[in-house]
Design a protein. Structure first.
Length: 397
């Protein structure tokens, strides 16, 4: 497994959790792929996963995990002590990332791990070389790539994004304005035929040109923006109002969070991509326009413990108006890590089965599923169940 954004809070929690489960130190709580839903389907064992990645910050997994424990307490010290050798070994597989046209909020996070900025084609080739060297060094059958980098400012659509040939020309003429880091990472993964899980809302990873490259190399991929907190609750609750014909008039949400994610999203341009991702699903589920708003504010003292408050104003029988309010308090990394592990295993399954292109059965994990018009969590879940049933049926035949 190769992680773009390898030392972030989510990536670090994921690596710690996977190794803890593999060694029997923790149960696989929160992992759908460890439940009866996948009974009879051979998935990649967590114990066989090898971790590596790209990162723009200095450090290693032990130091990043210790920082998380100090700030939020989600990674117990006894567990980190037991996994010390595992985390040191995984750190040896992390190399310097790329930062073309990343925007100030993300560029400000960089430090000594960052490479000088060569031409774009050289950056692509370096990422390809890193991935190939990782596979060779560990004798891996397959690599699944995951984009866990910080949310980038939206990339303005250009002619260079429409076709692979046009995008290649932009790369070769070093048109930095046509890319973001996620585009370089996704392009490199697609060129090598590696599956990709795009867990961020950044719009540069799955440009039409890059999707064309995935189609050429026959690799599966899916995105965008993991659904772990407030939007997860929305996608589960909104269908209730629809089923009971209770008309939602207003759905107002407010989020406060800290950590590096919150710091990056404090930048107006970066926040724009996140808000668009969080605010788009309600009209799709309900089938009519309504007043919606999503606020996001940076509160440094919260670190990775995010709080969301939602107010829902709705109309019922005889036009009487009522309200629902809920508060969601959760740790983003703890909620997201098992989802990423689930999707990596399912992407690996798809690759082994020779599947290519978008993986619509993973829609339930995303706020903005690629090519997906269905945002109802319950309907999305049935799409996944039906896919798993087909896999079992294929195996039986």
């Amino acid at each position: 497994m190769w992680i773009f954004g390898a030392y972030g809070g989510l990536a670090t929690t994921l690596v710690v959790g996977a190794r803890a489960i593999a060694r029997g130190l923790q149960p696989p709580r929160g992992m759908m792929t460890e439940t009866g839903a996948v009974r009879g389907i051979a998935l990649q064992p967590l114990a066989d996963m090898v971790f590596g990645g790209h990162e723009i910050r200095a450090g290693d997994y032990p130091s990043q995990a210790a920082e998380i424990q100090q700030r939020t307490g989600t990674l117990p010290f006894p567990l980190l002590k037991a996994l010390q050798k595992d985390l040191v070994a995984a750190s040896r597989n992390v190399t310097a990332g790329v930062l073309p046209n990343a925007g100030k909020a993300i560029s400000d996070l960089q430090d000594r791990r960052s490479r000088p900025a060569p031409r774009l084609r050289a950056q692509v080739e370096q990422v390809q070389t890193d991935l190939q060297a990782f596979a060779k060094r560990h004798r891996l059958d397959r690599i699944v790539c995951v984009n866990l980098t910080s949310t980038e400012p939206p990339l303005r659509a250009q002619a260079a994004h429409e076709t692979l040939a046009a995008f290649d020309r932009a790369i070769d003429r070093n048109d930095v304005r046509a890319v973001r880091p996620s585009a370089i990472y996704a392009y490199a993964a697609a060129s090598l035929g590696l599956p990709l899980i795009h867990f961020t809302p950044s719009n540069s990873a799955l440009l039409p040109a890059i999707r064309e490259l995935f189609a050429e190399t026959g690799a599966p991929y899916m995105g965008c923006d993991g659904k772990t907190g407030e939007t997860l609750v929305k996608s589960a609750l909104a269908p209730m109002f629809k089923y009971r014909d209770l008309r939602v008039l207003t759905w107002q949400g407010y989020n406060i969070l800290g950590d590096r994610d919150g710091r990056v999203l404090a930048d107006t341009r970066n926040k724009q991509a996140k808000v668009a991702s969080k605010d788009g699903l309600l009209p799709s589920i309900l089938g009519y326009p309504l007043h919606t708003h999503v606020g996001i504010d940076y509160v440094p003292s919260l670190h990775d413990l995010k709080t969301a408050w939602d107010f829902v104003h709705f109309e019922g029988f005889l036009g009487f108006r009522m309200a629902l309010q809920f508060t969601w308090q959760g740790c983003d990394s703890i909620l997201a890590a098992p989802l990423v592990l689930d999707m990596v295993r399912l992407a690996d399954l798809a690759a082994r089965r020779g599947e290519s292109g978008p993986m619509p059965h993973l829609a339930c994990f995303f706020k903005q599923p690629i090519d997906g018009k269905e945002h109802d969590l319950h309907a999305q879940w049935h799409m996944l169940v039906e896919y798993l049933d087909r896999v079992r049926g294929d195996k039986a035949r």
